[in-house]
Design a protein around this ligand. Structure first.
Ligand code: GLU
Length: 496
């Protein structure tokens, strides 16, 4: 993408709440871009909006990145030569730059009250609010319309005021976006953006530009919602005589039916919207990362499965699409399943253990190993282990539909005599159980198709599940015989 040889990119979240999954994708693309080009990945906390500041949000951001395996090179918590990395610790700098812009005639001081601004906005044609800009600024209370003496007097009297960017008239502001190609805005459509607020804090626009420059950011990779801000930023760079970074705006993440993926639409489709909800719902971070990488980026081959490490060599910003991408939770589940399948048993045991314990079962890691080995390819989610509760407790009930279909009047007797056959086995191993089972099938004349589902129902409560004979072997003779007998009793009553 670039003519810039030293790559420094940044993820610049505002600590206003829980980190959205779209924010993690932005962080990921920045991280991958940095790794691909041997560059530096900076995390900067953009905390200049006092009204929306949430104290816990910064912890959440770093916890989310750590969970995802995205390691910042520089940040308020990782240090670096370009700090401080929290904007609230750099306020002096923004003020100095804003004042310099005023001195150089690229910005001006404005004293308008809220009512005056509301009145100006209401004067817009066709019901659209008017801009504070080329067409309206001449009628407002600012240093362009007031005498220098009046301006000084008002400032000395501590009248509330802001500093606004003086957007030049009749200019085309154009740039090439690495994702969207050539983009152009007309300056008459831009607001004279507030740069410094009356509380002395910078707006996002000023602080963002100043910091991208001061932190030597080479490429800005961020969500599409920031595209309309870019021409204002470019005008600020120009006014300051600074070279702007290259720009890349990532496509929006949409709900399955289109429209922005919000908390509300996410809830509707069972899509977690905040990053750590994925962790808390037992998704593997590697699956989430793999899925997010493909949510907007197209690899050069059909391959879909990538580890984070592999992505760092594959990812290319010029293969990011420009149109919105719909979030598909089933696809994410598919990735999760792939990740679980590739996991060594020991790690899968670690992943499922909290769910098993959380459901109140006291099972050691040792005991979980054979269960996990048996179920390895059947789990698309660590929590799915709880669909196989038969490995931890006797069935509390039997699936109604299965019983109706599979448990006839004589089934209880069949199961009792099968139990007798199995009780006599010398060796309780899967092959021996299978032999005993087949012997029974043969001598009794009841087909496998009748005996097998009934056995499953008796031991697990369901007519389907993992391989039967290894399951019986794992459950142990006492448990299996107990369950066969219990089911024969309970279901005999139901079937009659
Ligand atoms: N602070 C902005 C945000 O919360 C950063 C936008 C940008 O990357 O420029 O997303």
């Amino acid at each position: 993408m670039s003519n810039k040889s030293i790559v420094r990119v940044r993820f610049a979240p505002s600590p206003t709440g829980l980190l959205h999954i779209g924010g993690l994708r932005t962080a990921l693309y920045n991280y991958l871009f940095a790794r691909r080009f041997g560059g530096t990945f900076v995390v900067r906390i953009e905390d200049t909006d006092q009204t929306r500041f949430v104290p816990e949000a910064e912890d959440y951001i770093f916890d989310a990145l750590a969970w995802a395996g995205i390691q910042p090179d520089e940040s308020p918590r990782h240090g670096g030569d370009f700090g401080p990395y929290r904007q609230s610790e750099r306020l002096e700098l923004y003020r100095t730059v804003a004042e310099q812009l005023v001195r150089d005639g690229h910005a001006y001081v404005a004293f308008d009250t809220e009512e005056e601004i509301d009145r100006m906005r209401a004067s817009g044609a066709d019901g659209a609010p008017a801009r504070y800009g080329t067409a309206t600024r001449g009628a407002m209370s600012n240093s362009l319309t007031l005498t220098p003496e009046e301006v000084s007097r008002r400032i000395s009297a501590s009248e509330p005021h802001v500093i606004r960017l003086l957007v030049p008239e009749g200019r085309e502001v154009s740039f090439t976006d690495a994702v969207r190609g050539p983009v152009s805005f007309h300056s008459d459509e831009l607001d004279d953006q507030v740069l410094l607020k009356s509380d002395g804090y910078p707006t996002y626009h000023l602080a963002n530009v100043v910091d991208d420059h001061e932190m030597a950011i080479s490429h800005v990779i961020r969500g599409e919602e920031w595209l309309p801000s870019t021409p204002k930023h470019l005008l600020i760079y120009e006014a300051l005589g600074w070279e702007a970074p290259d720009m890349a705006h990532l496509p929006l993440i949409l709900s399955p039916t289109g429209g922005k993926l919000s908390k509300r639409s996410g809830d509707k489709y069972g899509i977690p919207v905040f990053v750590l909800d994925y962790r808390d719902q037992g998704f593997e971070s590697e699956a989430v990362i793999n899925y997010l990488a493909l949510l907007g980026w197209h690899p050069s081959s059909d391959r879909e499965r990538f580890s984070l490490e592999e992505l760092t060599t594959e990812f290319a910003i010029d293969r990011v699409g420009s149109s919105g991408v719909q979030f598909d939770i089933d696809k994410l589940r598919w990735f999760n399943e792939q990740v679980l399948r590739e996991m060594p048993t020991a790690r899968l045991v670690e992943a499922v253990a909290p769910y098993v314990a959380g459901a109140g079962f006291e099972v050691s890691h040792e005991e979980l190993i054979p269960v996990v080995e048996l179920l390895h390819d059947r789990l698309s989610h660590a929590r799915d282990i709880l669909q196989y509760r038969e490995f931890f407790e006797d069935p509390a009930s039997y699936e109604e539909k299965a019983v109706k279909k599979r448990w006839k009047e004589d089934t209880s007797d069949i199961i009792r005599s099968l139990a007798d056959e199995l009780a006599a086995l010398e060796d309780w191993s899967a092959p021996h159980i299978e032999q005993g089972f087949d012997r029974y099938v043969e001598t009794s004349g009841f087909g496998r198709g009748r005996v097998m589902p009934a056995t499953r129902i008796a031991v697990s409560g369901r007519a389907s599940g993992p391989d039967l004979f290894p399951s019986l072997a794992l459950l142990g003779r006492t448990t299996v015989l107990r369950r066969l007998s219990a089911a024969a009793d309970v279901l005999a009553v139901e079937a009659s």
